[in-house]
Write a protein of this length. Structure first.
Lengths: 172, 300
């Protein structure tokens, strides 16, 4: 359990560093994908329970700390995305290929909807065409790279799966 | 009852977490030190890697531009670009001196015409502000390099390679030689986070250079700025330069913020809607100057 938490923390910092350097550092004018959301997707696929939801919330708090402005928007967005993915993953197999890309797109839209709603309510962030197009581009980019990254967290990597899911995989 | 909670534990947990997020948001709006304290910890892990990435990125770019593409052109371009920035900053200061000259002439003419006795004075504060003495300040500072950008698409900050060890404190203004870039909000030992002027939480007390109309410049996140609370009766034209008034005691008086791109007086209300284009190229800024003013208060 401790190893799993440590690995998730490591993955979180790697994702954040990539976003702050290679993605936004190299091309600051461009919109980038949300790498932390992919970790939330992984949690929703394999830890579809209360600890998973808390994990998604903590990842969001970490993202909010990285922005140095407010705590709450990314945390709320991650929880909403987690719920959406958990609801979809209960009904369809969405861990690979096109299905995972579609789920990632929907999760990103849900997360950004929650995030922008909070910013609109609390600080009156203007919601314009630019805001919506940025949200759309971010969701699309996240959806495109999700299948590639989820392959990295392949079923053989039992360290990142919940104990019940690891048992099920071993039996299978 | 317990069966209900067990069956819906995930949903109930999610609602509780959402309520907690809203509460945390309210707390962090009232007390900005809390998210910044967390940002210091995250920055301390990420900024060394940002610095390394920046060095690698620069090296690759130098090899490309000096050896594979064109030789020496990049050096000449950088020199000319630096000279242009200095000339534009000087131009902004000279325009300010010219305007002040004109105002003082008018005051002298008024005194001569009426025979009234009195003294001229400089406005140093409005409604309780006490620190704006920009004209007579001597500015010191430290050069810094931008080593990283905001990880998310929904905030506007940059990371620079100077921190406590170099005399940087929270709340110091940052310029790029020509215009205002932002203000330091999180300071680690060897790096700092700068809130850009285009961020939606940025607010600067400003004045239109020609008409002297005063207002507040706020970021609207879309790489643009808005000048708010300018009365509809005052004249502001497209192309007017907007500068910091110095009355907030943070940004030096006369520092260029942006140029007016759109003015909408509307049909009602007290104020006109004015849009600005920031004069600093915030997407391409690489070298900045952190102004360390005498008597500047910082925390931590």
């Amino acid at each position: 359990m401790v190893k799993t938490i440590a690995l998730f923390l490591l993955a979180f910092f790697v994702g954040l560093t990539l976003e702050a350097t290679f993605i936004h550092g190299a091309f600051p004018a461009l919109v980038g994908p949300d790498l932390i959301l992919i970790l939330v997707l992984y949690l929703a696929f394999h830890w579809r329970n209360t600890p998973g939801a808390v994990g998604a919330f903590i990842l969001g708090v970490g993202e909010d700390f990285a922005s140095a402005r407010f705590i709450g928007p990314n945390a709320a967005g991650n929880v909403i995305a987690f719920l959406v993915v958990a609801a979809l993953a209960n009904r369809i197999y969405a861990e690979k290929g096109v299905a995972s890309a579609v789920v990632a797109f929907l999760a990103s839209v849900a997360k950004l909807g929650g995030l922008l709603l909070m910013l609109k309510i609390y600080i009156n962030l203007p919601l314009s065409e630019v805001t919506l197009s940025t949200a759309l581009i971010e969701s699309t980019l996240t959806a495109v790279i999700t299948p590639l990254i989820l392959r990295f967290f392949s079923p053989s990597n039992t360290l990142l799966r919940s104990p019940a899911a690891a048992d099920a995989y071993r039996r299978y | 009852m317990s069966d209900f909670f067990r069956r819906h534990s995930l949903l109930l947990t999610a609602f509780l977490l959402l309520a907690l997020s809203c509460q945390l948001m309210s707390i962090s709006i009232k007390n900005a030190a809390i998210p910044r304290w967390g940002a210091k910890i995250v920055n301390s892990v990420i900024s060394p890697i940002q610095e390394l990435h920046h060095e690698l990125f620069l090296s690759v770019r130098k090899v490309w531009s000096r050896y594979i593409a064109l030789q020496n052109v990049e050096v000449e371009r950088d020199k000319l670009s630096e000279r242009l920035k200095n000339l534009e900053a000087e131009n902004s200061r000279l325009i300010e001196f010219e305007n002040e000259n004109e105002r003082l002439r008018k005051l002298l003419a008024y005194k001569g015409a009426t025979g009234a006795a009195g003294v001229t004075a400089t406005v140093i504060g409005v409604s309780g502000g006490q620190k704006g003495r920009g004209e007579n300040r001597q500015f010191a500072g430290t050069k810094a390099v931008v080593i990283g950008h905001e990880p998310s698409n929904w905030a506007r900050t940059i990371t620079i390679d100077k921190g406590f060890a170099d005399g940087v404190k929270v709340g110091m203004p940052v310029v790029d030689g020509n215009a205002l870039v932002g203000q330091t909000i999180v300071v680690n030992t060897n790096s700092s986070r700068v809130l850009l002027v285009t961020d939606s939480t940025s607010a600067i007390d400003a004045v239109v250079q020609t008409s002297r109309a005063q207002g507040i410049v706020e970021g609207i996140w879309e790489e643009k700025l808005k000048l708010r609370y300018v009365s509809r009766e005052l004249t502001v034209n497209v192309g007017d330069r907007v500068i910091a008034s110095g009355l907030d005691g943070v940004y030096p008086k006369g520092t260029l913020i942006g140029v007016v791109t759109n003015v909408d007086k509307g049909t009602g209300g007290l104020f006109q809607a004015i849009e600005l284009q920031p004069s600093a190229d915030l997407n391409r800024v690489e070298n900045v100057f952190v102004i360390t003013m005498p008597g500047q208060a910082g925390d931590d």
